[in-house]
Design a protein around this ligand. Structure first.
Ligand SMILES: O=c1ccn([C@@H]2O[C@H](COP(=O)(O)O)[C@@H](O)[C@H]2O)c(=O)[nH]1
Length: 238
């Protein structure tokens, strides 16, 4: 994913997306379409963004029985997004089914979307995981366990915090993707995220891509904010 910065288009409808993208006209971005936008606009928004030349991470985090996930992925594959995802907590069989669905839905000559799995949401803390999910290990252990399970299922990588990306790369190899939300500049508000890291830390940890939402989309000047983020992201690259 060539060290991409993926902008999370967390907007309630296509009109707001259009307004947000107006100042970026002519630029090919890597964008993330999540539940908020997809549940309102459906596949049409993906087609529109693709026609504009943007790369797309369709972040629907599928989590259901294997047969349902397989069928859903077969349909999603036809949208030809670059990346789709599931929850690793759905289990190995479910993840394998996701991949089978994607392969079945990808037309000959087309590229199968990369499939990655959410380990523990970046909004989850150690305490929440222990007390609410009743997982009695450290958060890092749980993330690493889910990452290993994801790799064993044949998926391409994981969604994790940049805090865990280095360890995942060490254990599972550099070609296993680490896509990291929960990225904040020092001065940014943390909001509902719990396991955050700066873009500099993410770069040094060798993450495959960072996902940035509100810091750019809710900025007074989103284009200026994006440029600043890219400078920092590229600056630490060199
Ligand atoms: O563990 C996860 C998985 C997905 N996300 C998504 O990333 C963006 C982050 O947005 P910010 O505004 O930069 O916090 C958002 O779309 C989440 O749904 C995540 O944050 N953590």
């Amino acid at each position: 994913m060539d060290n991409s910065l993926i902008i999370a288009l967390d907007f309630p409808d296509g009109k707001e997306v259009e307004q947000f993208l107006q100042p970026f006209k002519g630029q090919e971005l890597f964008v993330k379409v999540g539940m908020e936008l997809f549940y309102q606009e459906g596949p049409a928004i993906v087609r529109l963004l693709k026609e504009a030349g943007h790369r797309i991470f369709l972040d629907l985090k599928l989590h259901d029985i294997p047969n349902t996930v397989k069928s859903a992925m077969k349909g999603l594959a036809r949208l030809q997004c670059d990346v789709v995802n599931v929850h690793a907590s759905g289990g190995k069989e479910m993840m394998e089914a996701a991949l089978e669905g994607l392969e079945a839905g990808t037309a000959a000559g087309e590229k199968r979307p990369r499939c990655i799995a959410v380990t523990q949401l970046t909004s989850t803390s150690q305490q929440q995981m222990n007390q609410e999910q009743l997982i009695p290990v450290s958060l890092t252990e749980s993330v690493l366990h889910y990452a290993s399970l994801t790799k064993a299922a044949g998926l391409d990588g994981v969604v994790c915090s940049a805090l865990e990306a280095g360890l995942i790369r060490q254990n599972l190899g550099p070609s296993f993707l680490t896509v990291c939300p929960g990225i904040r500049m020092q001065t940014d508000q943390v909001q509902d995220q719990k396991r955050i890291a700066t873009p500099e830390f993410a770069r040094e940890s060798g993450v495959s891509a960072i996902v940035v939402g509100r810091s750019i989309t809710r900025a007074a000047d989103p284009l200026a904010s994006f440029k600043q983020w890219m400078e920092v992201w590229k600056g630490v690259k060199q």
